[in-house]
Design a protein around this ligand. Structure first.
Ligand SMILES: Nc1ncnc2c1ncn2[C@@H]1O[C@H](COP(=O)(O)OP(=O)(O)OP(=O)(O)O)[C@@H](O)[C@H]1O
Length: 243
């Protein structure tokens, strides 16, 4: 099984080091992500989740190490249509409607109008599709950005805090969508600082101060720490490291 996962790895990171400003924010990180699964990247604010994701999509200058995505160096031109990235910042135009935004991004990606309608349905945006994005709620706007990342059916989705600011019902709906996408064979990396979202992932990495302090499964995390929920488990791991 281990060897098989290695062969099928969607992402392989070896001894990654990243400096931002004057600080070394990632210092020797290794990570292998199997294809067709949801990997949760959990950790407190400032722990390095965004930096790790930027390194995977090729948007981060790295000091040393290697990041290989679908067998190619991160950021390779050939990966552009195969890897999608949802940043924490809004990435859509306020003065265009939902549909106009998505048609624009579809043209850039070379995909068609059917694809636009498909992602509108998948992100439950049909009822607001002709409204200007500037008139939508924060949660609706977040879903428009997410819809844009689904265009063209990328194999890897790197989603930085996709559920932040969403109400509980929408969060559940989005996690159901992530599960459908993983069942289709896509690989999803989802960062969050909401620990209870950990239970929805197939695998988890817990990041603190730019290092992975656990690389496990939701069940494994609870078993290893004896904690009753992911938040308590995370605190237990931190206490163990610091004692
Ligand atoms: N542009 C930058 N210049 C200098 N330091 C930065 C920059 N961006 C981030 N950092 C630092 O790098 C470290 C990791 O930040 P990063 O944004 O990766 O964390 P994060 O876990 O994604 O946090 P959050 O959940 O708040 O987004 C932090 O110490 C942060 O202060």
């Amino acid at each position: 099984m281990g060897a098989q996962l290695e062969v099928e790895a969607a992402i392989a990171i070896r001894d990654l080091r990243v400096t931002r400003g004057r600080s070394r924010v990632i210092d020797g990180l290794d990570l292998t992500v199997p294809a067709g699964a949801i990997l949760g990247i959990l950790g407190p604010s400032g722990s390095g989740k965004t930096t790790l994701m930027r390194s995977i999509v090729g948007a981060q200058v790295i000091a040393s190490g290697s990041v290989t995505v679908l067998g190619l160096p991160a950021g390779s031109r050939a990966l552009r249509s195969r890897v999608a990235y949802l940043t924490q910042q809004a990435s859509v135009y306020d003065d265009l409607s939902v549909r106009q935004n998505l048609r624009y991004f579809a043209r850039v990606l070379g995909t068609d109008r059917d694809d636009v309608e498909r992602v509108i349905r998948r992100t439950r945006l049909s009822t607001v599709a002709d409204r200007r994005v500037g008139t939508l709620s924060g949660g609706q706007e977040r879903r428009v950005s997410l819809a844009a990342t689904l265009l063209g059916s990328p194999e890897i989705l790197v989603l930085d805090e996709p559920t932040v600011g969403l109400d509980p019902v929408l969060r559940v709906e989005l996690w159901e969508l992530f599960r459908e996408l993983a069942d289709d064979g896509r690989t999803l990396l989802v960062s969050s600082h909401v620990m209870d979202e950990a239970t929805r992932c197939d695998r988890l990495v817990l990041v603190r101060d730019g290092a992975i302090i656990a690389d496990t499964t939701p069940a494994g995390l609870l078993a290893e720490t004896g904690a009753s929920d992911a938040e308590a488990a995370f605190l237990t791991l931190i206490e163990r490291r610091e004692s």
